[in-house]
Structures are given as structure tokens and as C-alpha cells.
Design a protein around this ligand. Structure first.
Ligand SMILES: [Zn+2]
Length: 651
């Protein structure tokens, strides 16, 4: 009896979750948690033999959104059975092995996008639809027409339905967010939201991609293997993500899964697992299907990166720029192999925007090498209340200043947390690389030796250190040596060490490449700074402000007076016997290069490119319509090179 009650509870719950997930595109819980609840229902139904009429297990998935025409699929679209660990994968493969022996399995990415079908007749695209519940989906033809890589015409003339996934590439998402009023947070939701937007213009603006992997229906052709099916898709110009491997043994498949899991962060698309399919269609036929899944394929799901938990409290950290960062303390959850107790909320505006409250359930995400983050609120009830907005600095008590979404403590010289964070940043390995100076040591230096800025580090004496707790002769000497050694930093490391807002390691390297010296960087204006590819207006402004701030001007001259000696990079030259060390003149119109491109290339070989031909010229490169310079070169007997030879020498 209790079981039936539980079944009813689960049905109500899942139907509510489905509505939020599929119709509102606003999930209440993480996918992985949904799967657990769903599995519980499936198991209870199996156990009791009772499947109630409104059970979501009778449906494969989505609800058709109002406003879209319905599209009935010619062939039912199955979803994919899943496995969550290697044991489940092994038992699936061993089950097949009993009857069919060692056979070929394809291994592919499991895309985290929106599944769709497209129908072609007489070689023309006639209809595109979402998967919907597997029988009926939404007609999204106008939306799909905005995806440029989807072919409108294909060579194959029979009626055919192809299956694939609409996705937003991560690089496209980044690009989109650079100018978007409402930045998109998740590539999957961005793609789904774009396809299921009634206005195709919105779809078009998201610049989606689509990758294909299946042919659920085809007239006038039969495939014997999955590889043949894939070849058919290739022959008909359907875009694919280039990853497909064939393996026989389960251990090899597991190796591939581990490899993909490790590499997935380098991909330009979101994947949430790996799909393994039987290659041979005769075997597929014999294995058959259940009500929902084919028995010849499984999706291996990677460990969850996202879960919900309760937010208990928010504490505020003061960073090196004086900016306050709210850190949420949450009920501990296990996420991708780590226990998460705290997660960042970026700034005060972020708390308001996400609607996060004390006691609310929130989504926590952990991505590679990044501190866990609160994504958004999941549920709010009566016990919830607003996160208190601090008015004074938690570290020094100074009144806070509000700037846009951020709160700042402006007590630059007196705020302990700010001071320590600046020193900490300055000392880290990729900055000045001062080893053996932990957070605790920095606190001690500040409290006992009155170290209040990175400049003060350079006046610490060994005997001062010896007065401190746990500082013996050796340790003190080592730290003094480390500080001394840090006076000769590489240019990029020094720029990073300054801790300019928004200037990470990568930007510091770009700046060091672009500017020859610190003085050049200091005197750069906004225009100079924004010429660097990766530097936008905001970061340019931060850099400009930094070097024009009295406090920093003092700091830099102070560092110079203690003997800072920056090591500047020497131009790296690729040796090329034809060009290295030569003085070269370009003339005429070249077919394969612009002037500036070729100049840059030649300079990278250590050549000097000048504009007029003289006795000092070693080589004249000649294109179409060359005039007086060519004549002059001939007169002086300077070596002449035409474009075909140039291409040869540059290889
Ligand atoms: Zn403060």
C-alpha cells in the first residue's frame, strides 16, 4: 500500500519537474537528481506491476509548446538507455557477448544539446522537428533554417529522416555573451531556448550548430552497419563532430571513456557522456527494443557536475582590490569526487539577479579547476529570507562603497584582508614566485613586522624574522633569499603580480609581448591597449587606471628604488637561411599575402623590411605590376625573388 502511495507521489513530482524542465526551460533540480527519482519510479512500477495512467514513464519526454505546430514522427524516436558506471556498462556488454561474441561497438560523444530530426524529400529539406515525446514533436522548420551548416539540399533523392543534435558551440556562446544584454550561462539551455523560440530571428542570432548521427527512416536504401549509415550522412554533407571510434573489448571502451572524460574540457561543445552502439544492424535487429530504448545502444553518463543543496549562510571576503565577494556556505554535497561546502556568488548584484536567499535550495556547479559556483536558485519557501547586504567592511569596519553590482572597501592602506590578499597574490608562483610564504606567514608579517604592502617585503631583515614564531635560522635565511631573488622577475610575471583587476596570467603575457618595456606599458593610452586582441575596453580602462593611480605610481617607484630589474623577453627568431639577418624590400602586388602579413612573417625570421632599394638591400621580393624598385634592384644587382620562389622558401 505504501508503495502505491509513493508511486503517486513520484508521479506528481516528476510531472511537475518535467513541466519546469521541458516547457519552462527552467529546471528545479539537477539532471542527475532527476534520474534518481525517475529510476525509483521505474523500479517501483516493475516491482508492483502497477503503471498508473498519468505515469511519466509511459511518455518518453517533452511536451509540445503552445504556438508550435505538432509534427508526427514517421518512425518513433527512441531515447537512450543509460549506464552510470563501468559495472553497468560491463553487464550490458557481457549480456550481448553471451549470444553474439566479441562484436564491434561504436564509441561517440554524447551531446548535451537538443535532439531533432530533419526530413528530406527529393533531396530537399521539407521539415525539421524536435524529438518531443518520441512520437510527436514540434515543427521548428523555420528555426532550423537559420542554422547555416544544415544542408537545404542533399544528393540523396529518396525520402529520408536524419537525426542530430542542435548545439551552441562554447566559443560562440563566449562571443555572444561579449555583447549580449542578457548573457547566456549554459550552452545547452541556450541552444534549446533558441530552437524553441517562436521568433526565428532569435534563433538566428544564437548562431547554432547541428551535428548528425542517425537515420531513423529512409526509403530505397538499407544499411548493414552503423559505419555505413555514418558514411551516408557524410556523403550527403551532414555536419558531424569528428569523433567516432570502433572497439570490441569492454576494457578498451572504458579506456576511451576515461580519455574523453579527461579531454572534454578542451572541446568546443558540451558533452555529458559517451554513446556506445552495436555496429552490425543484423545483431541490432535481433537484440530489439524495449518500450523506450533500443537494446543495442547505451549512453554512459559522466559524473554529475551540478547538484542542488541548501544555502545556509553568506560570508563576505575582501579581495586585493577591495572588492567584496560573497561566499555561500551550503549543506555539504558530493560533486564530481569532492565535498562542496562553500561556493562563490561573485558579487552582491549576482545574489539579487539569481534570487538566492538564505535557506533556499540552490544549484551548485563545479567545473574544472574553478571554485564551485552557485548557478541559480532552485526553490524558495517561507523559511527563506534575503541575504543581508553588508554596510561596513567585515575586515576593517570601513563604510562600504557601492559601484554597479559590487561593494568595495576603500581602506587601501588599512584593511587587513586587502593588504594580505595583495601580498599573497604578489608572491604566488606565477607572479614573483616567492616560495615559503603562506597565508599564515603573511598575517604574521603584517601583524608583527608591520608589512603593509609588497614594497615592505624588501625591507624585512633576517633578525626581524628570527623574532617570529616558528622562524629558525634556516627558514629565515631562505625567505630572505627568495625575496631578494624576486627582484629579477620576467616581464609577464611582474605584470601579473601587480594584481590589476581583470589582468590574469594570459592577459599579462599578451601585454608583455605587445609592450617592449614597463615604461611603454605605463604610458599606454586606451587606444594602444585595446589594440591587443584579447584586451577589451573594460580591462584596458582597468590597466590605464592602475598606472595613473597615485598609490601605484608610488609603489612602482618604490620597487625601482629597491632594485627591481625586470627581465624582458628577447624576440624569438626562427632561423631561415634565405631571410634571417637580411634587409628586404617588397614591391608590386602579391597574390598570396598582404604587405603587413608578409612583413610580419619575414620579421619573425629575423629579417629587416625596408621601403627603398639601396646598396644595403639584400633582397627584393617582386609581385605583379612592380615598377621603379624592380628596375633599381636590377641596376644595383640586388637579388630578386618572385612569388613562386618565395612560397617555396617559406615552406
Ligand atoms: Zn576593509
Amino acid at each position: 500500500m505504501d508503495k502505491i502511495k509513493r508511486i503517486k507521489e513520484l508521479i506528481t513530482l516528476i510531472n511537475k519537474l518535467n513541466y519546469h524542465y521541458y516547457v519552462l526551460d527552467d529546471p528545479l533540480i539537477a539532471d542527475r537528481e532527476y534520474d534518481f527519482i525517475y529510476d525509483e519510479l521505474v523500479n517501483l512500477e516493475k516491482e508492483t506491476g502497477i503503471v498508473l495512467p498519468d505515469s511519466p514513464t509511459k511518455q518518453v519526454g517533452d511536451t509540445v509548446l503552445e504556438g508550435f505546430k505538432k509534427h508526427t514522427h514517421i518512425a518513433k524516436l527512441y531515447s537512450l538507455d543509460k549506464c552510470n558506471n563501468f559495472q553497468e556498462l560491463e553487464s550490458w556488454i557481457n549480456g550481448i557477448k553471451k549470444d553474439f561474441g566479441d562484436i564491434d561497438y561504436s564509441v561517440e560523444y554524447k551531446y548535451d544539446g537538443l535532439k531533432m530530426t530533419i526530413t528530406y524529400e527529393n533531396g530537399e529539406l521539407i521539415c525539421a522537428a524536435t524529438r518531443g515525446n518520441g512520437y510527436v514533436g514540434e515543427d521548428v522548420t523555420n528555426q532550423v533554417l537559420t542554422i547555416k551548416s544544415v544542408p537545404l539540399r542533399i544528393p540523396y533523392k529518396g525520402k529520408v529522416v536524419v537525426e542530430g543534435e542542435a548545439m551552441m558551440k562554447l566559443s560562440v556562446l563566449n562571443e555572444y555573451n561579449k555583447t549580449a544584454l542578457e548573457p547566456l550561462k549554459n550552452a545547452r539551455n541556450a541552444a534549446a531556448g533558441a530552437i524553441r523560440n517562436l521568433d526565428p530571428k532569435v534563433t538566428g542570432s544564437r548562431n547554432l550548430s547541428m551535428f548528425f548521427y542517425g537515420v531513423p527512416y529512409i526509403e530505397g536504401k538499407k544499411f548493414d552497419t552503423y559505419l555505413e549509415m555514418i558514411q551516408f550522412l557524410k556523403d550527403n554533407d551532414f555536419p558531424m563532430y569528428d569523433y567516432l571510434k570502433m572497439e570490441k573489448s569492454v576494457s578498451k571502451i572504458e579506456e576511451l571513456i576515461d580519455e574523453i572524460d579527461k579531454d572534454k574540457k578542451n572541446l568546443d561543445i558540451l558533452i555529458d557522456g559517451v554513446v556506445i552502439k552495436v555496429n552490425d544492424f543484423k545483431i541490432r535487429e535481433k537484440l530489439g527494443v524495449t518500450a523506450k530504448f533500443p537494446k543495442w545502444a547505451v549512453g554512459y553518463k559522466f559524473e554529475a557536475q551540478e547538484l542542488t543543496t541548501k544555502l545556509n549562510q553568506v560570508v563576505w571576503q575582501v579581495g586585493r582590490t577591495g572588492k567584496l565577494t560573497p561566499i555561500a556556505e551550503v549543506d555539504p554535497v558530493e560533486l564530481a569526487g569532492a565535498t562542496i561546502k562553500r561556493a562563490t556568488l561573485n558579487n552582491y548584484g549576482d545574489i539579487l539577479r539569481k534570487g538566492v536567499k538564505i535557506n533556499s535550495k540552490v544549484f551548485v556547479r563545479r567545473s574544472n579547476e574553478v571554485i564551485p559556483e552557485i548557478l541559480k536558485v532552485a526553490t524558495v519557501d517561507e523559511s527563506c529570507y534575503d541575504v543581508p547586504k553588508p554596510t561596513v567592511c567585515p575586515s576593517c569596519g570601513e563604510l562600504l562603497v557601492e559601484e554597479g553590482a559590487n561593494l568595495f572597501c576603500t581602506n587601501y592602506y588599512g584593511c587587513p584582508e586587502q593588504i594580505e590578499d595583495r601580498i599573497n597574490h604578489y608572491c604566488q608562483r606565477n607572479a614573483m614566485n616567492i616560495e615559503g610564504i603562506s597565508g599564515k606567514t603573511i598575517t604574521m608579517l603584517r601583524k608583527n613586522l608591520n608589512v603593509k604592502s609588497v614594497l615592505d617585503l624588501y625591507s624585512i631583515k633576517k633578525e626581524d624574522l628570527l623574532r617570529l614564531e616558528k622562524f629558525a635560522e634556516k627558514k629565515a635565511e631562505k625567505l630572505i633569499n627568495q625575496i631578494e631573488r624576486s627582484k629579477n622577475p620576467k616581464f609577464a610575471n611582474f605584470i601579473f603580480a601587480l594584481g590589476i583587476n581583470g589582468v590574469g596570467e594570459k592577459t599579462a603575457k599578451d601585454l608583455a609581448k605587445h609592450f617592449a618595456t614597463l615604461d611603454d606599458l605605463k604610458s599606454a593610452n586606451l587606444e594602444d591597449l585595446t589594440q591587443i586582441d584579447e584586451v577589451g575596453l573594460i580591462i584596458a580602462q582597468n590597466i590605464y587606471d592602475y598606472f595613473n593611480d597615485e598609490k601605484n605610481i608610488d609603489l612602482l617607484s618604490g620597487l625601482a628604488s629597491v632594485g627591481l630589474n625586470i627581465e624582458y623577453p628577447t624576440q624569438e627568431i626562427t632561423q631561415n637561411t634565405t631571410f634571417t639577418g637580411k634587409t628586404i624590400v617588397l614591391t608590386g602586388d602579391l597574390e598570396n599575402f598582404t604587405r603587413s602579413e608578409l612583413t610580419a612573417t619575414l620579421e619573425s625570421y629575423g629579417a629587416k623590411v625596408t621601403s627603398s632599394v639601396s646598396k644595403k638591400t639584400d633582397l627584393v621580393i617582386v609581385g605583379e605590376n612592380a615598377g621603379s624598385k624592380l628596375n633599381k634592384a636590377k641596376e644595383l644587382g640586388v637579388q630578386i625573388m618572385y612569388e613562386p620562389e618565395l612560397l617555396e622558401k617559406l615552406k
